[in-house]
Design a protein around this ligand. Structure first.
Ligand code: MN
Length: 268
């Protein structure tokens, strides 16, 4: 600290001592930040084994990331770089382990599909993140369902219009609790399986992703600056299919346990 700094501090201290009351009065009179008209709840995801929640900033989703699913959707898996879309954060539906979450069948669809996916949650951000550093951004992983109004997605796609109504709607981002990578490691392989009413519908290995979580982050970070709170649905394996009210979906990913979700008639 220089003499000048010291002198400035002493002067400031004296002024503060003499003017504390006046300063407090001024603070009271200062205009407060504009008040919000109403509160908007922010989406969060519980962190397993902790009293903390993970606040969600953005939901990114990877399309057609398992070769067999790309083929069933009518595209050539060998020629396609990863592509992304988003869901609104308020589409999050949390699923508590050990409980069955009621999931309302959405309006305006007659072909409502499950897509079981590994979700990576970031607690650090970055732009142009190299693949070898990408997993440093990942806080943890969860089991997710990228619920899809397939008929609307296809109809809009056929008309070369945005998919929005097929993918972005209330409760469309189903998710279990976050498992910190510090505890489960980074998930690069292992079973990913969905049963509906006890029947296996989707079954694959995480190592069958065309673009790994690290590659997804690296690629995504060339288009967007990633931030803490961003989560990425990493794409679904093959054999997507429809559910109807009454169906019970159980999603399993190695090291992440399971989530149970029952489709119910809206308003029931
Ligand atoms: Mn998906």
């Amino acid at each position: 600290m220089t003499d000048l700094d010291r002198r400035t501090l002493i002067i400031a201290g004296t002024a503060l001592g003499a003017g504390t009351l006046a300063a407090a009065e001024a603070a009271r009179a200062a205009p407060a930040a504009p008040a919000a008209l109403f509160e908007v709840a922010g989406a969060t995801i519980p962190v397993l084994g902790s009293d903390k929640v993970f606040p969600v900033r953005r939901i990114y989703c990877v399309g057609r990331n398992y070769a067999a699913h790309a083929r069933e959707m009518g595209s050539d898996p060998t020629r396609e770089p990863p592509f992304f879309f988003q869901k609104p954060t308020d589409a999050i539906q949390n699923v508590t382990p050990g409980q069955v979450a009621d999931h309302p069948y959405p309006p305006m669809t007659k072909n409502y599909h499950y897509e079981l996916e590994l979700v990576a949650a970031l607690d650090k951000g970055g732009k142009d993140v190299p693949v070898e550093k990408a997993l440093d951004l990942v806080f943890g992983y969860a089991i997710g369902l990228d619920m899809t109004r397939r008929d609307l997605q296809r109809m809009m796609g056929d008309q070369k219009k945005p998919w929005e109504i097929g993918k972005s709607f209330d409760h469309a981002a189903v998710i279990g609790p976050l498992h910190p990578a510090a505890q489960v490691g980074h998930l690069k392989e292992g079973l990913i399986q969905l049963t509906v009413n006890g029947e296996v519908k989707q079954k694959a290995d995480l190592n069958m992703m065309m673009w790994s979580v690290a590659e997804q982050i690296a690629n995504l970070s060339t288009f967007y600056e990633l931030m803490p709170g961003d989560i990425i649905y990493s794409g679904t394996p093959e054999n997507v299919g429809p559910v109807k009210p009454g169906d019970l979906m159980v999603g399993v990913i190695d090291k992440l346990g399971e989530i149970k979700v029952k489709v119910v008639q809206a308003g029931a």
